[in-house]
Structure formats: structure tokens, C-alpha cells
Design a protein around this ligand. Structure first.
Ligand code: ADP
Ligand code: ZN
Length: 213
């Protein structure tokens, strides 16, 4: 199964993709996580993308496409994969269609108000990348990751200025993908306004009702 999770910043791509990955036993590939890990490790890639990401802008198609193309060649992707945060532009979708076409694109639908609330309360584990929310999905112990005990932090691009840039980029560059995948009849819309358990239930029901899944 080759699945893409699509949606605005804060739509719940990372949270739902992580659950689907555990449930279906296929790798979760998040371009945002790949970039953040590279930034944390101070690699050449990390240095290259740091200022772009912190400002809320998009990394170039060229760099992002070659990174995903390489990643999907890995042995662990042969049974399927879940992409989170890619494709995000029409050129990225066109490239993916050539090197590894997805079976299904899940569009997590949210409204602006929900997005702003989610991003302003989002916290992330510094080490394992687990996502929390101060009120919707709080950790057991404040500021500490349930999974690995590391400290939680606020992503630089979750600060207000960068959030506005990200939403604008989403509207201009990513939203056209909805039409693109609708036309190819592989878009599947899921209401993503509720809490994580509710969205996950809706998603699972929808997927299990599909032929051959
Ligand atoms: P969100 O969906 O919440 O904005 P992500 O973790 O998916 O967050 O991405 C964080 C940042 O990484 C983006 O704002 C962008 O700068 C960069 N990025 C991630 N995926 C892509 C992509 N496919 N193309 C270009 N830039 C990307
Ligand atoms: Zn952790």
C-alpha cells in the first residue's frame, strides 16, 4: 500500500501517518522529520534548509524530490510506504507519479481556526519526534516525552510569523494538489477537525471499506 497524507499545516498528517504506519507495518516517511533530524544533527542538508524552514518557506522541489526518490528505493519501502508532507507542490506530485505512483492520497480536511489552535499548542519531542498538544494530547508529565523521556520543544516554524507564511504557501502551492488528485480519482477526503482518536476511527473505517485493503 502506497499512501500519501495530505493537508494543511496542523491538519494532523504526522499524527495520523504515525498511527497508520504502526497499524499497517509500513514505513512512515515525513519530509519535515527528515529535514528536522538533519538540522539537529548539523549535516550539510540540515545547514542548507535551516533558514528556509524556520521562516516557514518551502525547500526547493529539486532537493526534496531527490531526497524522497532515494528514500523510496530503500529495502523497507518495497512492501509499501506512507508519505507525510510530500508531495506539496505540483512538480513534486508529477515527479512522484513517475518514480513511484501512490495508490491513495488522504486529504485531512480542517478549518483555519483548528489549525491555529493546534499549531500554537503543539509540542514535539527533541529526540524521537513524537507529537503532543498541551491540551488535546498532553504528555503524562508536562514537558517530557512519554515514549523516550526527552524534553519537548516548540518548533521554530510553529511561531506565529512562520505559521502565517506556511498557511499562505499551503494555499498557493499545495492546495492545487487537491484538484490534481481528484482528477486522477485517488483523492480521499477525511474530516480531520475532531480529536486524534475520532479522526483515526473515521480514517480506519474508510480504509477498511475500500476494495482490497
Ligand atoms: P507542516 O505540515 O506542519 O507544515 P512538516 O513537518 O511537514 O510540517 O514540514 C515542515 C517544513 O519542512 C515545511 O514548512 C517546509 O519548509 C519543509 N518541507 C517539508 N516537506 C516539504 C516538501 N515536500 N517540499 C518542500 N518543503 C518541505
Ligand atoms: Zn521522545
Amino acid at each position: 500500500m502506497k499512501l500519501v497524507f495530505f493537508g494543511a499545516p496542523g491538519a494532523g498528517k504526522g499524527t495520523m501517518a504515525a498511527r497508520a504506519s504502526a497499524d499497517f507495518s509500513i514505513p512512515h516517511i515525513s519530509t519535515g522529520d527528515i529535514f528536522r533530524n538533519a538540522m539537529r544533527a548539523g549535516t550539510d542538508l540540515g545547514k542548507k534548509v535551516k533558514s528556509i524552514i524556520e521562516a516557514g518557506d518551502l525547500v526547493s522541489d529539486e532537493l526534496t524530490i531527490s531526497l524522497v526518490k532515494d528514500r523510496l528505493k530503500n529495502e523497507d519501502c518495497q512492501k509499501g510506504w506512507i508519505l507525510d508532507g510530500f508531495p506539496r507542490t505540483i512538480p513534486q506530485a508529477e515527479a512522484l507519479a513517475l518514480f513511484c505512483p501512490p495508490d491513495l492520497v488522504i486529504d485531512l480536511e480542517v478549518d483555519d481556526e483548528t489549525v491555529l489552535k493546534r499549531l500554537s499548542g503543539r509540542r514535539m519531542c527533541k529526540v524521537c519526534g513524537q507529537i503532543y498538544h498541551i491540551t488535546n494530547m498532553p504528555p503524562k508529565k508536562e514537558g517530557i516525552c512519554d515514549k523516550c523521556g526527552s524534553p519537548l520543544y516548540i518548533r521554530d516554524d510553529d511561531k506565529e510569523e512562520a505559521v502565517l507564511v506556511r498557511l499562505e504557501n499551503y494555499r498557493n502551492q499545495s492546495l492545487p494538489l487537491v484538484e490534481y488528485y481528484k482528477n486522477r480519482k485517488i483523492l480521499f477526503a477525511v474530516d480531520s477537525r475532531g480529536n486524534a482518536d475520532l479522526v483515526w476511527d473515521g480514517l480506519k473505517k474508510a480504509l477498511s471499506g475500500m476494495k482490497g485493503w
